[in-house]
Design a protein around this ligand. Structure first.
Ligand code: COA
Length: 320
């Protein structure tokens, strides 16, 4: 069996900070942020939470796919900003959807999270364990961003995206996943709950830290490599692909990948200017926008590629 995406959904909070708003918080400018990243705005939660955004995106995906919540047998939520340590987000979403027949668990793979969740869903379907899987990427990164660090706070935004995947006859498509924990410190956030309770230490407030240059170098090297590795597992070349849907981290990273792959940049859709980097949510938000605007046509071949903290990176072939 193979999983086919039958519905997509997304949700971003209405509230946003544009680059001028960020320039009131840290020493930066609209021009600098646009030039280095392509970002103009990022949407930031006000009344929403990671769970409420996930539920809204999930409901839209179920409606789009004409799938009832009771038909789901698995819910996977990719997130690094869950509402609670426990219960997991997937159980909270399951409750809100009334998905009474679904099991659920969360996956922490940062900006690779949606691709890793997609590949996991495909593996469960191929093994005959599940038939109808809901995968979600949802993040309120604004809660872990250091709003005093101009090197990182300019990049991130909040939002959620989801896809419903249904089993049909066919064989699982190639997918690739990698991790390199040795380089983990270049993009990290310590647990806020790590403390010595016996010394009665207070829980620390901790924030995301990033070595931007190292992460940039990692992305422009590993993303073309992983796409090439994926293509080598197929009978296709890069030219045979209709779309390369990359994690939206930085416009310059995406442009560099297109150049290294010698593929027309028009095949690399982008919405980073509006949302910034929404980590696990960026690929499904973009996928949903493309689906709803009619850009994705039946039979088209897509490559989804995620990369980020861990370090982690991966790619997968999707036939629409
Ligand atoms: N506004 C103005 N100046 C800034 C700035 C900001 N927001 N952030 C950094 N600078 C300054 C630096 O202090 C430095 O000044 P100096 O030369 O006087 O020391 C200069 O700009 C260049 O800094 P640098 O860090 O080399 O910039 P850069 O070209 O590498 O761009 C990033 C910084 C963060 C935009 C870039 O490294 C990047 O996008 N990295 C990838 C990050 C990422 O995608 N993370 C998520 C992956 S999932």
């Amino acid at each position: 069996m193979v999983g086919k995406i039958c519905g997509t959904g997304s949700y971003v909070p209405e509230n946003y900070y544009d680059n001028h708003d960020i320039a009131k918080l840290v020493d930066t400018s609209d021009e600098w942020i646009r030039e280095r990243t392509g970002i103009v705005r990022r949407h930031i939660v006000k009344d929403d939470t990671t769970v409420s955004m996930a539920v809204k995106a999930a409901k839209a995906a179920l409606e789009n796919g004409a799938v009832k919540a009771e038909e789901l047998d698995l819910i996977l939520v990719a997130t690094i900003t869950p509402n609670h340590i426990t219960p997991g987000m997937a159980c909270e979403v399951q409750k809100e959807l009334g998905a009474v027949n679904a099991a659920g668990f969360d996956m922490s793979a940062a900006c690779s999270g949606f691709v890793f969740a997609y590949n996991t869903a495909q593996a469960y379907i191929a093994a005959g364990v599940c038939k109808t899987v809901l995968i979600i990427g949802s993040e309120s990164l604004s809660n872990i961003v250091n709003w005093e660090d101009r090197g990182s706070c300019i990049l991130f935004g909040d939002g959620a995206g989801a896809a419903v995947i249904r089993a049909e006859d066919g064989e699982i498509k190639p997918c690739v996943m990698h991790s390199d924990g040795v380089k983990g410190e270049v993009l990290a956030c310590e647990s806020r709950h790590q403390r010595d309770w016996q010394k009665k230490e207070e829980a620390k407030e901790t924030f995301l830290s990033m070595d931007g240059k190292e992460v940039f170098k990692f992305a422009v090297k590993k993303v073309p490599e992983v796409i090439t590795e994926l293509l080598e597992k197929t009978e296709y070349t890069a030219e045979d692909m209709d779309w390369f849907i990359l994690h939206q981290a930085n416009q310059r990273i995406i442009e560099s990948v297109a150049k290294r792959m010698k593929v027309d940049i028009d095949k690399f859709p982008m919405n980073i200017s509006e949302y910034g980097n929404t980590s696990s949510a960026s690929i499904p938000i973009l996928l949903d926008e493309m689906n709803r605007s009619g850009k994705l046509k039946k039979g088209q071949k897509l490559i989804l590629a995620g990369f980020g903290a861990g370090l982690s990176w991966g790619a997968t072939l999707v036939e629409w």
